[in-house]
Design a protein around this ligand. Sequence first.
Ligand code: ADP
Length: 227
Amino acid sequence: MSNSILTLKDISKTFQTNGSGKLTILNSIDFSIAAGDLVGLTAPSGAGKSTLLHICGLLDTCDSGTIKFLGQDMQKASDFTRTLVRRCEIGFVYQFHHLLPEFSALENVVLPQLIDGKNPKQASKRATELLRLVNLENRADHRPSQLSGGEQQRVAFCRALANEPKLLLADEPTGNLDEKTSDTVFEALLYLIELSGMAALIATHNENLAKKMQRRVKLRSGKLFSD
Ligand code: ADP
């Protein structure tokens, strides 16, 4: 696929259990995601969803197989290159927001841009625009503790998108919220993704949320199945 952002080919991952036992979590998995693709990932607890997301996000390595990011082989890449790709091209969203408590919403979205070398004025402009898109422009000066769970998570989405990554990886992004809040916050995430045109892989155990995505894959017994 020529416009593929991330391609996994024949990926396997095994963990050692007590003694000489082995736990094969990913068994020869193929997966590809292109710009504009929105993919839902479902898996029973313990099936390897986080392991797969960590490998996609270059946070963990696999035992065998090939991982290509924009055509470049990440298995053969140096640690420096992997870190650079992870920092500049991949955004992460987790179940818990992990915002920095001593900084305001705006500063939390500005910070990754400054680390990436953007000038403060531009970074602040982009952060303000992102917060506006998720209806939080009037909460920009508030610290995470002054925001509700849903609002905190929307700030976390803005932070993940701040550096305009090509790929967004989300692990149960609304798993910590009640059902009603989860629905609206999830819509905000899909809206941001659609506007950006990025590729997004979103893990959720919620089948109703998974149905909102154009493509769905299921992880079962080490294999990835398309819906
Ligand atoms: P999920 O996110 O689907 O709940 P995980 O990817 O976190 O599942 O883990 C899949 C399985 O691999 C679990 O049985 C977990 O205990 C095991 N596992 C994860 N990381 C390690 C590790 N570093 N060493 C041994 N086993 C691990």
